[in-house]
Design a protein around this ligand. Structure first.
Ligand code: GLA
Length: 700
């Protein structure tokens, strides 16, 4: 028996008849537990019409062992060796990492699998499959499976589309498979950033949650399965296209890993594990420097690049306290609209006759950094690159590829294509003082073939390699991963990018749901959250500035708005909001994110509590018309019960529109204990829809 432990979870393996099985995944085991007795206590009887022995919950779910649910591995050699029969050959444990070696002597395959449980309760599982035979082996599918406790009765996953990412769907776990698949060749707007299984009572603060996520940015599969024996499991892995992976004799293939997580403290507990793990990495951006307040100029200028207009934006940016400005799409060869230029990463002299040197000097002279947009995996047919190398596109056979936003996909698995984009981008970065790039990906990968074989797996590895190489060549460079907004946000890309563009939808009300659920698995400081224009460009709705400002505070904050059109009063709010962001970002980007279960569904309550519980910032966001004259009390659990806190409304984000006469009595300050905040709470003001308040809670 083997046990891997972290403070908040345990994984118990047993070995029987040459199989490695998982007897428990979830709450931490008591250190002195008699593991053998525990296994005896949970072993089912032999039932009628069944095998002569009880089959365990094997890691390798195999037909040959009598497992009748969805298998771990599917593959063959031209129709032969279709039924794998892996046996555990050896294993070793080092700390909280188990390495297991399996061999299938009939199929001539061997597999090494690693289970690595870190101190935050994050379990990473990875595998390498080796072809020990003399003929090619075609791997069709490899999924990782973990057992779920019987009390996990519900599942939750996330769906979406452009400008509408990560909307939750929660339902009962039924017999059979519940499946989410992505075939876009990028993680997708519709990607379930984590598949959850949960106890029926689970909510943000309570209940148990088990989650599994593919740690890869290409195609994916997530399953929940309940087989007729009653067992429930969660499974995930990369979705492979037919014939995509062929392993030659003597070669091995690194299967894309998955990340599992468990929380006994509700959904927020799960997020806390994810965020703590990400923050523990030396490369995590906030371990290098605070996240600069950003102005992205896309919604201010779109393709109309004009140096004078951009300088005017920079002037206002400097006035309000912006620390980084980003020039978006439209700066390179031929790129006056979205039908030309992708592929030619050279500055267009018709728009920028002197290159960027004047502009960047102007920006830097105001103490602001400069960032630039690329979309290096994409090509417009109207580009010099396409004219010179039409053979560098991902495609299947000779048929015409359908255009998507007028573009095709560059085959990064082709050495020449890879080097072209690497060298062109690198040359722009070497010649200019560029701190940051926003890297877009605005097309799905369909028929994405390389020399007659599906190439999504290799294309995904190539973009990781390219990002890593750009960072190696340009130390300090930050990369934002964008894909028509949030279509490439996943636990694979988090190891290569420093920021994600959460969604193209900048409407603050829409962002409430998108940000709430993207931050389920991604630390908020990695998510771009910008104050958009008064009238949202995506929804055409008018939203108050304070609501937009509070919404954008909880992430890597910025502005995406033609701020030259703002009134002096709006600039004053943006300025005080940005000073607040700078004063509080260390706390916001290190504390515990909480989404507070609130009885009134017309409002969201959420925020951040500092690690030492001395401080919190809580947003009360009224989405719809309040359902009653007096809103439900805002409870803030998670502070220190016996500490007294000073509680007040933060005015730096601007004033909301109230549905009340006068201010709420506690607005300018009241003192309460942590216990009272958790159990009695604060009466919210009565707010008009799409208005909110920011509440400061500081140790008195
Ligand atoms: C995508 C991005 C936007 C912007 C445009 C530019 O849609 O998500 O933020 O960069 O491309 O074309």
């Amino acid at each position: 028996m083997i046990v891997l432990n972290s403070e908040n979870s345990s994984l118990l393996f047993t070995i029987n008849n040459g199989q490695l099985s998982i007897a428990h995944w979830g709450s931490p085991l008591y250190p002195g537990e008699d593991i053998a007795s525990l296994v005896t206590a949970t072993t089912p009887p032999i039932s009628h019409s069944n095998f002569n022995e009880v089959m365990g919950r094997d890691v390798m779910r195999q037909h040959s062992r009598g497992f009748l649910g969805h298998p771990t591995i599917s593959g063959h050699r031209s129709g032969k060796n279709w039924s794998p029969h892996f046996l555990l050959a050896s294993h070793s444990q080092q700390g909280e990492t188990l390495t297991a070696n399996f061999v299938d002597t009939d199929s001539k395959l061997s597999l090494t699998q690693r289970y690595e449980l870190n101190s935050y309760g994050i379990l990473t599982i990875s595998s390498t499959l080796c072809n020990d035979g003399t003929e090619d082996y075609n791997l069709d599918e490899f999924l990782y499976w973990l057992p779920l406790a019987d009390r996990a009765t519900q599942t939750m996953d996330f769906t979406g589309r452009w400008s509408h990412e990560r909307h939750p769907q929660r339902h009962e776990i039924h017999f059979g498979l519940t499946t989410r698949e992505v075939r876009e060749g990028r993680s997708s707007h519709d990607y379930t950033i984590a598949q959850l299984a949960m106890t029926g009572n689970a909510n943000f603060a309570t209940g148990e949650i088990w989650s599994l996520s593919v740690k890869f940015s290409g195609n994916s599969i997530h399953h929940i399965e309940r087989t007729s024996d009653g067992y429930k499991s969660i499974g995930a892995g990369e979705l492979l296209m037919p014939g995509e992976i062929t392993i030659a004799p003597g070669e091995s293939f690194a299967i894309s890993p998955v990340v599992a997580n468990y929380s006994a403290e509700g959904i927020d507990g799960l997020s806390h594990n994810f965020h703590s793990w990400q923050r523990s990495r030396p490369t995590h951006p906030t371990n290098i420097r605070p996240r600069p307040a950003t102005l992205n100029m896309w919604e201010a200028v779109y393709f109309n690049h004009d140096a004078e207009k951009i300088k005017a934006l920079v002037d206002v940016a400097a006035e309000i306290g912006i620390e980084r400005v980003v020039l978006d799409d439209g700066w390179f060869h031929l790129r006056r609209k979205d039908n030309a230029g992708l592929g030619d990463w050279v500055i267009d002299p018709t728009v920028w006759p002197n290159g960027f040197s004047d502009l960047i000097s102007y920006i830097n002279s105001k103490g602001i950094e400069f960032g630039l947009w690329f979309e290096g995996e994409m090509v417009n047919p109207d580009s010099d690159l396409y004219r010179a190398h039409p053979e560098w596109m991902l495609q299947e056979g000779d048929r015409d590829m359908p255009l998507f936003r007028n573009q095709l996909v560059l085959d990064l698995t082709h050495e020449g294509a890879y080097n072209h984009v690497l060298e062109q981008v690198s040359a722009v970065l070497s010649a200019n003082n560029i701190a940051y790039i926003k890297w877009d990906h605005n097309r799905v990968l369909i028929d994405a073939g390389h020399l007659g074989q599906a190439a999504i797996h290799n294309q995904t590895l190539a973009i990781y390699r390219l990002f890593d190489e750009l960072k190696r060549r340009h130390p300090g460079l930050e990369i934002e991963s964008c894909a028509s907004g949030g279509a490439r946000i996943d636990l694979g890309m988090v190891e290569h990018a420093d920021r994600f563009w959460t969604s193209d939808n900048n409407d603050a009300l829409e962002r409430q749901t998108i940000q709430r659920w993207t931050s389920l698995a991604i630390a908020p400081e990695l998510l771009g959250t910008h104050v958009g224009p008064t009238v949202g460009h995506q929804t055409g709705k008018t939203t108050s500035l304070s609501f937009r400002a509070i919404n954008a505070l909880f992430g890597h904050a910025g502005v995406e708005w033609d701020i030259t059109e703002t009134t002096p009063a709006e600039r004053a709010v943006l300025k005080s909001w940005l000073s607040l962001y700078k004063a509080k970002r260390a706390m916001l980007h290190s504390g515990k994110s909480v989404r507070i279960d609130h009885p009134d569904t017309t409002a969201f309550v959420y925020g951040v509590i500092s690690e030492d519980k001395s401080e919190a910032l809580i947003a009360y966001m009224q989405h719809l018309m309040p359902s009653a004259n007096y809103g439900a009390n805002i409870l803030v659990p998670g502070l220190d019960d016996s500490t007294r806190y000073r509680v007040s409304i933060v005015r730096e984000v601007g004033a909301p529109r109230y549905l009340q006469i006068g201010d709420i009595l506690w607005g300018d300050g009241v003192e309460m204990s942590g216990k009272a905040l958790a159990h009695v709470g604060l009466k919210p003001p009565s707010l008009a829809p799409e208005n909110g308040i920011l509440i400061s809670i500081i140790k008195a």
